[in-house]
Design a protein around this ligand. Structure first.
Ligand code: 0O2
Length: 207
């Protein structure tokens, strides 16, 4: 039942989503500009492509419940930093850390959280660099510092994560088949990394 109290909550959630969308736009533009500059000066595009998503409400609530958080707009503001997410897919492994360095040296970008699942892959085999940054968003009522999550990974790591994600949500399949595939897919993560490293070496020799 929607009453005066949850109307206010819904309005506040709308404001959070709108602000986070603006934050993602700011970060997206910064990344595009860095990629263009790098191409211009060094004849190389570190970024293969980017994807942007706003966290869907179901996934937001599931995460808050998992963390034992109160389901309120204030609690989202205080605890959830991935309402806006940008995935940056790079051509090579070194480009992941290059993008990170170029972005974090900008004076209006503040690093809030960093998880390096490339140096420390997850048990599943998942590899990606996760950053949460805060950027200023200028609104009519002043400036708001908004968190944006950035996942940076190579084309190979991204291909791997898409397949593994598909398997993870295939709960209707035979559990034995799923377990077998999970095992194989975990091994592929190391193989892809090794191939990507060797391809990078060749690319560097040719450059
Ligand atoms: P979506 O798009 O968010 O609904 P934290 O935010 O740090 O408090 P969280 O959210 O558990 O805690 O962080 P984690 O595990 O560092 O990052 C979650 C996101 O990373 C996931 O988002 C995936 O996009 C990705 N991810 C993490 N582990 C794996 C993995 O083993 N396999 C794959 N394919 N992706 C992974 P959500 O929650 O799935 O979706």
């Amino acid at each position: 039942v929607i009453g005066p109290d949850n109307v206010k909550q819904l309005q506040d959630m709308g404001i959070i989503y709108q602000l986070c969308q603006s934050g993602a736009n700011e970060v997206g533009t910064k990344l595009e500009n860095l990629d263009t500059e790098f191409q211009f000066k060094h004849d190389h595009n570190p970024i293969h492509h980017m994807e942007e998503r706003m966290k869907d409400v179901q996934s937001l609530f599931t995460k808050m419940k998992r963390k034992g958080l109160e389901l309120s707009a204030q609690s989202v503001r205080d605890n959830i930093f991935d309402v806006a997410g940008i995935r940056v897919i790079t051509n090579y492994l070194d480009d992941v850390y290059l993008i990170e360095k170029m972005l974090l040296q900008q004076s209006d970008v503040t690093l809030l959280k960093r998880k390096d699942y490339i140096r420390h892959p997850k048990d599943s085999g998942y590899r990606s660099l996760h950053l949460v940054v805060s950027v200023p968003v200028f609104q009519t009522d002043g400036v708001h510092n908004v968190p944006v999550e950035i996942q940076i990974r190579t084309v190979g790591m991204d291909m791997w994560a898409s397949l593994e994600h598909k398997l993870r949500y295939k709960t209707d399949s035979n559990p034995e088949v799923v377990a077998k595939y999970a095992d194989q897919i975990q091994g592929f993560s190391d193989e892809i990394t090794s191939i990507e490293q060797r391809m990078q070496e060749i690319y560097q020799h040719l450059s």
